[in-house]
Design a protein around this ligand. Structure first.
Ligand code: CAA
Length: 383
């Protein structure tokens, strides 16, 4: 597969790289340490058009392709994967669904502010008893006398949970129909009964904000159903197909960051009378790391390019996420080894990259789920 990079792609890479270096890097250690949400950075990301990258300009977005998106995601995540996931959720899981399934009124009210960065979105699928087994939604939605919907339940692990303005929420509208009874709702944060819980104290991506959300008799106007009643599960799955490309590019960024830091360190750190970069033991590590990063990048670009060409990319997105997340963990771990004792302390940042990498094997479908998705697509192709 050929990847063609236009001047626009190169411009996106430079813009994202400069922004990450100048605006994100200076506060990354402190934000990770104290779990501080990067409010001002997110605002600036919006001004750059990075929160609605693939949304047409007509709806407030940047009107770019998926390749631009993964390029920007890699550059941002290389410096701070917390900012990467905030950006990925808004682009892939929130804006994409609104653009694809929303009517013009919903696009005007919800998509435009989200794509232009005036507001932030969150995606509420997971529940205490519905993680990998996403069909098992316990959150219920029943219609009241006005035809509006009343939501009750609990959502878990919600990225941008306490900071978002608009939430895409999945709920059961007909339990007997199982996944065909799940409906997707657009919920405004200020709706009575909608209560984000405390921010989780996480191993990594500590500056992104993750929480549970309680829904107690939350009345959602009938106009806020996204797509059709009973079609919510398909919206979730289709959104996650694109989301997995986003997380794969986040993992790629983490791996690239760990690799670059290792090379830089190996060139200046001396042992046995020379820079450790001249020792074969270190060279083998560097070669392994570079090869993994490059392999991950190829799968990420392939999935993004197929999405841009409107080809089916379910398998490729899952493969990109599976491989990029595995390599992110491995490369970050090896980066610590290259740094020796310095790799074990916060200042050198590779320990954060390892902590941040692990979640890429868990969210938006664990690696075990990616295997299932890939195998099912392959078997279907054989039938
Ligand atoms: N794309 C399109 N459609 C899909 C799909 C996909 N990737 N996966 C499943 N579907 C469709 C199926 O074709 C099927 O359609 P029909 O009703 O027409 O038959 C329907 O959905 C049900 O699918 P299955 O029969 O395959 O259901 P299953 O229960 O056996 O498996 C699953 C489903 C693939 C395991 C799914 O539950 C899944 O992907 N689980 C992982 C959930 C996940 O990724 N959660 C992430 C939470 S969000 C998050 O992490 C965001 C964040 O904050 C960072």
């Amino acid at each position: 597969m050929n990847f063609t990079f236009s001047d626009t792609h190169e411009m996106i890479r430079t813009t994202a790289r400069d922004f990450a270096r100048d605006e994100i890097a200076p506060s990354v250690i402190e934000r990770d340490k104290n779990g501080v949400f990067p409010k001002e950075i997110v605002q600036k990301l919006g001004e750059l058009g990075f929160l609605g990258m693939m949304v047409p300009e007509q709806w407030g977005g940047a009107g770019l392709d998926a390749l631009s998106y993964v390029i920007a995601m890699e550059e941002i995540s290389k410096i701070d994967a917390s900012v990467g996931v905030i950006m990925s959720v808004n682009n892939s899981l929130v804006c994409w669904g609104l653009e694809t399934y929303g009517n013009d009124d919903q696009k005007e009210r919800f998509l435009r502010p989200l794509a232009s960065g005036q507001k932030l979105g969150a995606f509420c699928l997971s529940e205490p008893e519905a993680g990998s087994d996403a069909t098992q939604q316990h959150t219920s939605a029943t219609q009241n006398e006005n035809g509006d919907w009343v939501l009750n339940g609990t959502k878990n692990w919600i990225t941008n949970g306490t900071s978002a303005d608009t939430y895409i929420v999945f709920a059961q509208t007909n339990r007997e129909l199982r996944h065909k009874g799940i409906t997707c709702f657009i919920v405004d944060r200020n709706t009575p009964g909608f209560e984000p819980g405390l921010k989780e104290d996480k191993l990594g991506i500590r500056s992104s904000d993750t929480c549970s959300i309680g829904l107690t008799n939350v009345v959602v106007p009938k106009e806020n159903i996204l797509g059709e009643v009973g079609k919510g599960f398909y919206i979730a799955m289709e959104s996650l197909n694109g989301g997995r490309i986003g997380i794969a590019s986040q993992a790629l960024g983490i791996a690239q960051g760990a690799f670059e830091r290792s090379v830089e360190y190996a060139k200046q750190r001396k042992a046995f009378g020379k820079p450790i970069a001249e020792l074969q033991a270190i060279q083998i590590k560097i070669a392994e790391m570079a090869t993994k990063v490059e392999a991950a990048r190829l799968l990420v670009y392939k999935a993004a390019t197929m999405k841009d060409k409107h080809e089916r990319f379910v398998k490729e997105a899952a493969q990109a996420k599976l491989l990029a997340s595995k390599f992110a963990v491995e490369v970050a771990l090896e980066a610590i080894q290259v740094h020796g004792g310095y790799g074990y302390v916060r200042e050198y940042q590779v320990e954060r990259l390892l902590r941040d990498s692990k979640i890429t094997e868990i969210y938006e479908g664990t690696s075990e789920i990616q295997h299932i998705v890939i195998a099912r697509e392959l078997i279907k192709d054989l039938q």
